[in-house]
Ligand binder design. Structure first.
Ligand SMILES: NC(=O)C1=CN([C@@H]2O[C@H](COP(=O)(O)OP(=O)(O)OC[C@H]3O[C@@H](n4cnc5c(N)ncnc54)[C@H](OP(=O)(O)O)[C@@H]3O)[C@@H](O)[C@H]2O)C=CC1
Ligand SMILES: C[C@H](O)[C@@H]1OC(=O)[C@H](O)[C@@H]1O
Length: 252
């Protein structure tokens, strides 16, 4: 009998772009793709941390390069997508938490601009270049469990991530026939610079450990395998999906 073979998680010979790659989850994504053999272009606004991350990756013998850019700038997006990328992982993101009754319009615009608007037009550029090159690819957005449920003081953040989830489903329908897949990973609370203040508070940390059914908060490493799966041929028939990495938070 002929046995089926497990599709490859390797990305040798593929060009990848990762936004938010200088810190936290994005850095983890860049490492996961580079370790799997991709040539990874790492994007963030600030040169210093970005170059430090890329140098550390190169020291491992992986292929990585830095390209400083603000993903909210349409011209910067055009420059980033001068050539197609086989894999695009969008982890650039931000949060400004406040009760909905007190939300400042400037904070609303700032969060939406990075988390949703930039995600939209980055996806558009990524897909256009793949279409023009006549080939498929994989786009992965780092969304959140907050793209599926509500969170206290997080109305704007939740709106941005729910927006990403809807956007991805609609784009998957349009781009499936072109072989362009688009999916999200949806982490729970992961310890990064973005969440450090929450993790420093013993009361909040205890509450998180009770909400997360697997009994512990998240690490960047928890997200890396999920992103590699969605980036690689292992997920060849997966598009328009949300992969929860939330320790069971949303299961209930
Ligand atoms: N940490 C968590 O608990 C969770 C986070 N997420 C999501 O994961 C993503 C990454 O978060 P996390 O790693 O925690 O955050 P970090 O703050 O650690 O990293 C954010 C990264 O995004 C970059 N970035 C921010 N704004 C821009 C921009 N306009 N253009 C380009 N790069 C930008 C930052 O670099 P620079 O400032 O130099 O531009 C940095 O590299 C976000 O989308 C977040 O919403 C989802 C679920 C849980
Ligand atoms: C930054 C947020 O506090 C953090 O990010 C997420 O997506 C988590 O669910 C938390 O809300």
């Amino acid at each position: 009998m002929t046995l089926p073979r497990t599709p490859s998680f390797r990305l040798d010979g593929r060009r990848a772009l990762v936004t938010g790659a200088s810190s936290g989850i994005g850095l983890g994504c860049a490492v996961a793709l580079a370790e799997a053999g991709a040539d990874v272009t790492c994007v963030a606004r600030r040169d210093g941390p970005l170059n430090e991350a890329v140098q550390a990756m190169r020291a491992e013998g992986w292929q990585a390069r830095a390209q400083a850019a603000d993903v909210t700038d349409p011209e910067a997006l055009d420059a980033l997508f001068a050539r197609p990328f086989d894999v695009v992982v969008n982890a650039a993101g931000m949060a400004r938490h406040a009760p909905a009754m007190d939300t400042d319009p400037a904070d609303f615009d700032a969060v939406m601009s990075v988390n949703l608007r930039a995600a939209y037009f980055l996806s558009q550029r990524a897909a256009r270049t793949l279409r023009d090159a006549g080939r498929g690819g994989s786009i992965v957005h780092v969304s959140s469990q907050m793209g599926h449920v509500g969170g206290l003081d997080r109305a704007v953040y939740c709106a941005s991530k729910h927006g990403v989830e809807g956007m991805v489903k609609a784009m998957a329908m349009e781009w499936g026939p072109l072989g362009i897949r688009i999916n999200t990973v949806c982490p729970t609370f992961i310890r990064t610079p973005l969440t450090e203040s929450t993790f420093q508070d013993p009361g909040k940390r205890a509450w998180l450990e009770q909400k997360i059914k697997l009994g512990r908060v998240g690490r960047v490493e928890d997200v890396m395998g999920a992103v590699l799966y969605l980036a690689s041929d292992a997920s060849a028939l997966v598009t328009g999906s949300a992969l929860m990495v939330d320790g069971g938070w949303t299961a209930g």
